[in-house]
Ligand binder design. Structure first.
Ligand code: PAF
Length: 281
């Protein structure tokens, strides 16, 4: 496996790689969810194409300095996992090599980022879009694979490539879960044992509303109340947001008449976890 730690070295490596080149952008602390993305990338690249992974804890997408500082960075283990998974090129930019100190241009999304994580994490999606566009420019991949767990991120990145004519196909892959239903996340390792044991309630609270849907219920308030009650039964978590939005526009909906997404972010201590369920009428 080749590696590069600066954009300049990366460009030289990329020029040499057989096409198609499929990129998996990550912030490291790789888990089974990331390995599923890498497998998908290999499936698209085929045995003669190339798979690249970027590992970069992108400072400009963090709204809380403490979250950035605490983000796990097991780099040696990440690289070993990439190697074992058959990755051809790993890009691990050294801190400071991705952004000019006097940078003044940022990508801003102005609609899909207004609710959900965008509302409670100011600047987050500008940071995500900016780094992903930079990665797309550096790698010039044919496609890039992202997890559907971050469904708002996926929708915004699809919108970015559409609106800015970026010639990269954005591929989404369903959320990978622990056996007890907790969505896999690099943040899970920071949960205390008590919080980890409680956390599967997030998915149960969201899935719990499906019975209402099956019974013909369409009122958004009822779905939100049912899920909120289940979440609030936890003595540990604090709800950051719980919202029902249209699956395409990501704007709040009062009744479920088209596919909608019930999404939440919760805090266990200072660990923030997200999850969602899609509701089809
Ligand atoms: O989903 C992530 O891990 C990050 O937001 C991404 C897409 C790698 C950008 O930093």
């Amino acid at each position: 496996m080749r590696t590069a730690d600066t954009p300049e070295k990366l460009r030289l490596q990329v020029a040499d790689l057989p096409r198609p080149l499929i990129l998996v952008p990550t912030m490291g602390a790789l888990h089974q969810g990331h390995l599923a993305l890498i497998r998908k990338a290999r499936e698209i690249a085929g045995s003669t194409g190339s798979v690249a992974v970027s590992i970069f804890v992108n400072p400009i997408q963090f709204d809380r300095p403490a979250d950035l500082a605490a983000y796990p960075r097991p780099l040696a283990d990440d690289l070993a996992q990439c190697q074992a998974a058959g990755v051809d090129l790993a890009f691990v930019p050294a801190s400071g090599s991705m952004y000019y100190p006097d940078r003044s241009v940022t990508v801003t999304e102005t609609l899909l980022s207004k609710h959900l994580c965008g509302a409670t994490r100011p600047g987050h999606f500008d940071g995500v879009c900016t780094v992903v566009l930079k990665l797309f420019n550096l790698f010039q991949p044919e496609a890039a694979v992202f997890g559907e767990k971050d469904f708002q991120q996926l929708a915004i990145l699809r919108r970015m490539t559409r609106d800015l004519d970026v010639p990269v196909e954005v591929v989404g892959l369903p959320t990978v879960r622990e056996p007890d239903g907790l969505a896999m996340s690099s943040r899970n390792v920071r949960l205390t044992a008590e919080h980890r044991a409680d956390a599967p309630r997030i998915q149960r609270a969201l899935q719990g509303v499906l019975s209402l849907l099956r019974c013909g219920e369409r009122s958004g308030d009822l779905f939100l109340a049912r899920a909120r009650k289940h979440l609030e039964e936890s003595p540990f978590l604090r709800i950051d947001y719980l919202e029902l939005v249209d699956a395409e526009t990501l704007q709040p909906v009062g009744r479920i008449q088209r596919p909608a997404v019930l999404a939440t972010a919760v805090f266990y201590g200072d660990v923030r976890l997200i999850d969602h369920v899609t509701l089809c009428p």
